[in-house]
Design a protein around this ligand. Structure first.
Ligand SMILES: CC(C)(COP(=O)(O)OP(=O)(O)OC[C@H]1O[C@@H](n2cnc3c(N)ncnc32)[C@H](O)[C@@H]1OP(=O)(O)O)[C@@H](O)C(=O)NCCC(=O)NCCS
Length: 166
């Protein structure tokens, strides 16, 4: 059966960190995960197969609620390459779309991470820019972006101006 994606809860902390340590050691720690839960409790999802967590992901949004961020995405190795990573991206985009002022979603992705890049590009993300030395000297980060047009930015065309001169 396909894994089910639902909102994660604090009771999932331990299993999520265990999975992160297994797959991406040193990338996500308990403190960081707890911060995400405090800040963005509705933007953290888990994928479960039976009772087992087989993937999870986090998103955030800036204080003006106009720029969303995909913060972390992880699929257990034996579940990779079956579309789950993309479903976890979709879950976060759907949650972020509910913010009425959302104008763009950003994500940091390493240029070697072809799986992530392919998955992001399939949703319309494109390379936006490189921030040089972001992680220290010689350690850059690449930002990918997806633009949204909030409904408020769709303006109606002005009425044609009727000239009174002729
Ligand atoms: C990145 C990650 C979340 C993607 O999850 P996934 O379930 O493997 O991804 P999907 O199956 O949804 O596939 C995503 C894309 O990668 C492609 N892909 C799958 N297996 C691949 C492989 N072995 N090599 C290259 N690309 C591959 C897929 O074709 C798909 O693109 P497409 O739909 O355009 O064809 C997962 O690989 C992972 O957890 N990696 C380790 C952690 C990580 O790097 N996280 C991202 C940074 S936070």
């Amino acid at each position: 059966m396909e894994p089910i994606i639902t909102i994660a809860g604090r009771e999932d902390f331990a299993e999520m960190i265990q999975l992160a340590d297994l797959t991406m050691p040193d990338r996500m720690n308990l403190h960081e995960l707890k911060k995400y839960f405090e800040l963005f409790p509705d933007l953290i999802f888990k994928a479960t197969d039976g009772r087992q967590i087989v993937g999870f992901c986090c998103a955030g949004i800036d204080m003006y609620q106009s720029a969303g961020w995909l913060l972390f995405n992880l699929v257990k190795p034996e579940y990779q390459g079956k579309g789950l990573g993309k479903r976890l991206i979709k879950a976060r985009l759907t949650a972020l779309e509910k913010f009425p002022n959302l104008s763009r979603v950003l994500v940091t992705v390493s240029k070697e991470n072809t799986r992530s890049i392919r998955a992001l590009e399939s949703f319309g993300f494109y390379f936006s820019h490189r921030e040089y030395d972001y992680y220290g000297p010689g350690k850059d980060r690449d930002i990918f972006e997806l633009l949204f047009l909030p409904p408020t930015s769709i303006t109606t065309l002005p009425e044609p101006v009727v000239s009174l001169n002729c």
